[in-house]
Design a binder for this molecule. Sequence first.
Ligand code: CA
Length: 628
Amino acid sequence: MKNTYLNFFILLILLVFAIKIDAQTDGTRPNIVLIFVDDLGYTDVGFNRPANFPVEYGVVPTPEIDALAANGVIAKNAHVAHPFCGPSRAALLTGVYPHRICAQYNLPNTVAAQDGVTTNEKFFSKVLQENDYSTAAIGKWHVGVDTQFIPNNRGFDYFFGMLGGGHQYFESDYEPQWINNGGTTTNEYRVPLLRNTDYVNPSEFGNNEYLTDILTDEAVSYIGNHAADTDPFFMYLAYNAPHTPLQAPQDKITAFNNANGDGTPGSTFSTVVANSPDVLNANIPGSWNGTAQEYRDALVEDRLIYATMVSIVDEGVGLVKDALVANNILDNTLIIFMSDNGGKLRQAGAVNYPLSQGKGSVNEGGHRVPMLFHWPNVLPAGQTYDHLVSSLDLYPSFLDLAGVPSPSGKLLDGKSIMNNIITNQDSRPGESLYIMRPQNGFHNGAIMNGNYKISKKGGNTTTAGWKLYDIINDPGEITNIRSTLPNAEQIVNDLLIKGVDWVSDFKNVKPCWFDHDRPHPHEALWNNGDLPRYENLFGIPVLGVDDILENLVSISPNPTRDYLNFKFKTQVENLEIEILTITGKSIKKIKAKDLTTHKISVSNFQSGMYMLRINADKEISIEKIMKF
Ligand code: CA
């Protein structure tokens, strides 16, 4: 007995020792730098810009980011889990769709907000921290300002930046009196920056230094401070650029403008962009207080400042890479660069060409984002990865890189993808990604699976409202192939069933907050039941988990060709089974008495999905079956 204990103890020590060695000293656990930018246009990085990009949109040079892409893998078909900031970040950090955790709206934009992403969900940063990673969050947070929600309490050893959804770029627009008096503002864009839980005295920086440069300096310092550590580090560098307000140093705007014309004498970035279709064809908003030409001039100026902001982010990325090189750790560092959602168009300055629409949309321009992976000698150089990638994939991928399992009982919506990135394999064959956002009284939605995407906007309540696209060959979603692709209806129906399954998990989850303190127009809609109405989005009844009594009955075989066997957990006196199409049309009703098993024929049904409403002595169960 003693020997057994002793052997067990030695084994345990060896195991722990092996894990420690493997984990920390042989270089298998990389440093991870996640550069997460804000509202960046899909083609406002060079590595994504197609040869036929119309130059009059304004070409934004990004040589540093492009150099990483050229030596790494470009994910051309990468998506975030939600088409705007807060929910996208909630999904990134928790690894689950924001709808599951009531985070499908931005948080209220006030420093006094009490809400935040639930602490029931462990962030990946916490798992990394618990497994000997040094962890830093630098930049924008946007998942909660109350103490329990701040970075230092969500797995980050070090935080520098701003807790809200954005920030003024120059100190002269801050309200520094906040440091001493609690301030006069609750505008999260104007409070001073934080280092961990303390406001940073603006005098720490140079004369009105630009925020993007300040964040870059912090990232470079962090790398220098941790390069020699035994343990690896994770750095979440979340630039708020190029999110509005559009602000950049005037000398850099001027220099950018002069350096980026089309080569003809006197040409500048502005003179080129003045001929952009976005400018020439702009609809003048009713709220615009000026002439049409003044509006077009303003759009040109917006695009110029935005482009300058992107170029300063590009310089920052270069300095971060230089710091990794200078500290001799570039080869053991995975760098991921991506945007939190699609570029915001027009007055926010971005271009997503050839993707249609922008931030907030379920079109590709809303949720397909620029993304690259860089890890020398591990990832292939100069490759393009066309399979679906989701920001949800980063949580399980980071844990795999750290050699740790996901937290016990934790649901994760993404896939561990690094091996598939290396071998160019699909990480989710047959599985879908979902985009869904509430509008006034309805949801817009999109479901992606392999090459295909279906999407619906505008509140049409039937399955006929869904459009079908091949987003690999038609990323601009120009041609709806639902009426021309021979098996289109099958593809659409299969994806709708997946969508219904997806929302059934959180059918009864209401948003935990809305993005304004003032009464939000959606709040009443959720309270009176006009939202969510997921059945209106899909055109199919949606059953929540609460509606289904588990283990009342088992049905086999499913899928089936000829018949269904029902096996009940207890004797049923009065059984009623109603079979409905997925659109809710009743096609067959069966009644039977005093049984524990029952069999019905479906051999004369058409192939497809059906719903069964089973009433066994007034216990109701809804089940789905597939007939082939
Ligand atoms: Ca954003």
